[in-house]
Ligand binder design. Structure first.
Ligand code: SF4
Length: 205
């Protein structure tokens, strides 16, 4: 149950039509909506400008969805920042009414809101996921920085539901060193799959 108020507007840092680069839906056309606001504070964060939601304009949800619906794809990916800092019930209802699948990428550190067709949980060490988000996740994407992260990935896999798909993804700046370790790990633990940031290889946002 959400404690956040329903809202007709959300702080939007950027929104754009591209290809989903990662995970189960990798390669599919998607409209990305990056919401402002994050209280997790990862020191390696590459979107620190998203942290202060007050630096981003409040956009009417109806306008946002109409903009997305101008493109032919009907997959919407809500990311951040940490999108669950906001009540996402109205956004999901409006996206569904326009024929979109609703996907979210979250650290899971705030209570769930919204009606999701797909939740990607990417846990962060700086603020652990809430158990309810771990249980609801459709895919778990663990970013691997070093060897110790494999054990950390298993801890989060144990908290996820049996239906949850499991992905290991090399941190971009460590990909040369970590990818061979991930390949070996997946060969020994085949419940996991490799996720690559393919959008960075093909140079799309
Ligand atoms: S949760 Fe995401 S947006 Fe927030 S600090 Fe970490 S990497 Fe950045």
């Amino acid at each position: 149950m959400t404690t956040l108020q329903l809202t007709d507007t959300l702080p939007v840092m950027e929104d754009f039509y591209t290809l989903q680069g990662e995970g189960m839906y990798q390669g599919q056309a998607a409209y990305f909506i990056r919401l402002g606001g994050c209280d997790v504070g990862c020191h390696w964060c590459d979107v620190k400008e998203s942290w202060d939601e007050n630096k981003h304009p409040q956009v009417a949800i109806t306008d946002l969805v109409a903009k997305a619906a101008a493109f032919p794809g009907r997959l919407a990916v809500i990311t951040g920042g940490e999108p669950l800092l906001h009540n996402l019930d109205v956004l999901c209802t409006t996206l569904h009414a326009a024929g979109f699948r609703t996907h979210m990428e979250t650290s899971g550190s705030s209570p769930l809101s919204g009606d999701w067709d797909w939740i990607t949980l990417s846990p962060k060490k700086f603020k652990a996921p809430l158990p309810a988000v771990s249980a609801a996740a459709h895919e778990l994407k663990v970013v691997i920085f070093n060897k110790a992260d494999f054990a950390w990935a298993e801890e989060h896999a144990a908290l996820a539901g049996h239906h949850c798909k499991l992905y290991l993804q090399p941190e971009w700046s460590k990909a040369d060193a970590m990818t061979p370790l991930i390949v070996d790990y997946i060969k020994a633990h085949p419940q996991w799959q490799l996720s690559l940031q393919t959008h960075k290889y093909i140079n799309v946002p």
